[in-house]
Write a protein that binds this ligand. Structure first.
Ligand code: DAH
Length: 336
């Protein structure tokens, strides 16, 4: 018995000196306790008179080992802390990591500014789907299958009746089907056309506006556009409406702003005319109102659609639309 205790003591003390972690120490202690238990279970085989002395011996042994375990635990804790500090040490003389702050894309900047201006006038934002049905994109907008206006917006068809929308005007129909007048919505988003040159891209962004209520007239449109031009460009910016044609408006207008570059005298930007075309608009065609279940004898409305790239190009003096999509960091950095 004594021999067994001595052997266990020696084995445990040696192993304990080698423990470096709290985990290892814990495992050692568990093993030790199991072996101690098995020694103690041998006590019943001893002659009765030897038992008290053995019990005393075992108790002393147990207490001594427990004290040793505790002392070692303190040492191991200290070692672990030191290792942790060493691993987490930082060299404050090392150069810092460089963070390059990002910035909003100019299209996003202009879109946000447009939303800001129009929401200040009471417009709510509605975002329609980019994949539209033929009905919402064309037919409901008074542009039936054989209409020549479809040609100008020839686009990407996904199926016979599904296409990438060519105009955010599709959103007008969705809103009018859902809501009763008064309606005052703004609908920004991507549109797609088979168009590609210095000022056109197969994907670009539009901002649509729609107002429907009793007694809305073209004068309301003009007044609102004048306010928009002043806020987007500057207080001296003038607005000009020219007669035009869109299937979904009657009358239709094209809207020019006085050239921000020359103030209207004529320059290269405005091709000598003093005016720059920025959007299409008009009074919502009776047929479009009817298609959406709005009574055209009770309600009238105006609508407009502008190209966000167009506005961004004008505002920042960008002469090629591609600069907006190539994502050259040197270009984008200028908008920080
Ligand atoms: N959807 C037209 C286009 O893409 C722009 C437009 C013109 C929108 C007149 C309108 C509008 O809402 O009334 O060229």
């Amino acid at each position: 018995m004594k021999e067994k205790i001595r052997a266990l003591r020696e084995k445990t003390e040696t192993a304990m000196r080698e423990t470096e972690t709290g985990r290892a120490l814990y495992e050692l202690k568990t093993r030790f306790q199991a072996e101690l238990k098995s020694i103690m279970s041998g006590m019943k085989d001893l002659p009765k008179e030897e038992r008290p002395a053995f019990g005393k011996l075992i108790n002393e042994f147990k207490e001594d080992m427990e004290a040793q375990f505790e002392a070692r635990a303190a040492v191991v804790r200290q070692k672990e802390m030191e290792a942790k500090y060493a691993a987490e040490q930082i060299d404050v003389t090392m150069p810092g990591r460089q963070y390059r702050p990002g910035a909003l894309h100019p299209i996003t900047l202009v879109k946000n500014q447009l939303i800001d201006i129009f929401s200040g006038m009471g417009f709510k934002v509605f975002e329609g789907p980019e994949i539209e049905t033929d009905y919402y994109n064309f037919t409901a907008l008074n542009t039936p299958k054989d209409h020549p206006a479809r040609d100008m917006q020839d686009t990407f068809y996904l199926a016979e009746n599904l296409l990438l929308r060519t105009q955010t005007s599709a959103g007008q129909i969705r809103v009018m089907e859902e809501e009763k007048p008064p309606i005052k919505i703004l609908s920004p988003g991507r549109v797609f056309r088979s168009d590609d040159d210095a000022t056109h891209s197969p994907m670009f962004h539009q901002m649509e506006g729609l107002v429907v209520d009793r007694g809305i007239t073209l004068c309301d449109l003009q007044g609102m556009l004048a306010e928009f031009a002043r806020r987007m460009f500057d207080a001296s910016t003038k607005v000009r409406l020219r007669p035009s044609y869109f299937p979904f408006t009657e009358p239709s207008v094209e809207v020019d702003l006085s050239c921000s570059e020359c103030g209207g005298k004529g320059c290269r930007l405005c091709k000598g005319t003093g005016w720059i075309e920025v959007l299409g608009a008009g009074m919502v065609n009776r047929r479009v109102l009817e298609n959406c279940g709005v009574d055209p004898d009770e309600y009238t409305g105006f609508a407009f659609g502008m190209g966000i790239e167009r506005i961004a190009m004008l505002k920042y003096g960008i002469n090629n639309i591609r600069a907006l999509f190539e994502n050259d960091v040197r270009f984008l950095e200028q908008f920080r």
